[in-house]
Write a protein that binds this ligand. Structure first.
Ligand code: GLN
Length: 282
């Protein structure tokens, strides 16, 4: 009987096949660990161990899909955010590293006491769950228009054992209308892409990420406008609105704030782009 291919041999085969991709080595490693269902530690301890034929076939399918443009996070089913592994599906946006800046901003402004936080458009739940882990005394609500996204978010929260988040379906603030509820923080990574930007997106974003989570409308500012205009009603006086924006949107977004807002600030991401806007309700 022919001996099985070793893990290291498969890894090298993957690197060759993925060779045109900038992250070929890393991607081959991630897919191999996924296919063989082993940890990196286990791989490093015994790279010469044989790989079961089933895992080898699975690995080859994963590599072929990657070459077809399927995002890595969808092949592994997880994406790391704030050093936490998040389950991702076709129903949620894969968390982006830039969004960690939003979490940082809230932590900077938080008193660490029992504050109330509302995450609008929670998707995978990444923002709410990262905040829940950092702020154990906070009372967090997380909403999304998509029931499917909420199911993913609830699973992510359960997996991280955070119990102080309440998830519910809501189109922006619709679930809170007439409740009189007001929050210390409203946070959001809303859809902010314009029609033209959507049309120009890479296929691996356009075909595998939910359009609703990305595309806002013709101008790209539609959801941010509604968020800014309506959030005043749901913030306590002195409460903060913290949200992410897209490229080139800063000037237009700053123009949306009336005189009822103070301390309007911008935080730049690691690529030097304006990325997170903070404003305080006067
Ligand atoms: N809040 C989620 C995230 O930051 C989803 C954002 C979205 O779907 N627009 O990834």
């Amino acid at each position: 009987m022919e001996a099985n291919t070793t893990l290291a041999e498969l890894f090298r085969r993957g690197v060759v096949l993925l060779g045109d991709r900038p992250q070929a080595v890393l991607e081959a490693k991630v897919l191999l660990l996924r296919a063989a269902a082993i940890s990196e530690e286990r791989y490093l301890a015994a790279p010469g161990s044989p790989c079961p034929a089933k895992a080898e076939a699975f690995f080859e399918r994963l590599v072929a899909k990657r070459l077809d443009g399927v995002p890595l996070s969808h092949l592994t089913g997880t994406k790391e955010f704030w050093s936490i592994p998040f389950e991702v599906t076709l129903s949620v946006l894969a968390p982006r590293p830039e969004t960690e800046g939003l979490v940082e901003k809230v932590l900077e402004l938080s008193t660490r006491e029992s504050e109330t936080i509302l995450d609008v458009g929670t998707g995978s739940g990444c923002i709410a769950i990262a905040l829940a882990k950092e702020l154990p005394r906070a009372e967090i609500q997380a909403v999304d228009i998509s029931e499917r996204a909420l199911r993913v978010a609830r699973r992510n929260a359960a997996r991280q054992k955070v119990r102080h988040i309440e998830f519910r379906r809501s189109d922006l603030f619709s679930a809170f209308r007439g409740t009189g509820l007001r929050f210390d923080f409203i946070v959001s990574n809303p859809p902010y892409i314009s029609r033209a930007e959507w049309d120009a997106l890479e296929p691996d974003v356009r075909d595998f990420e939910p359009r609703r989570a990305l595309l806002a409308g013709e101008s790209g500012l539609e959801t941010i406008e509604r968020l800014v205009r309506r959030s005043g009603t749901f913030l306590k006086p002195g409460g903060y609105l913290v949200f992410e924006i897209g490229e080139g949107q800063r000037d237009n977004v700053l123009g949306l704030f009336s005189r009822r807002w103070t301390e309007i600030e911008t935080a730049w991401d690691l690529a030097g782009k304006p990325r997170v806007i903070t404003a305080r309700r006067a």
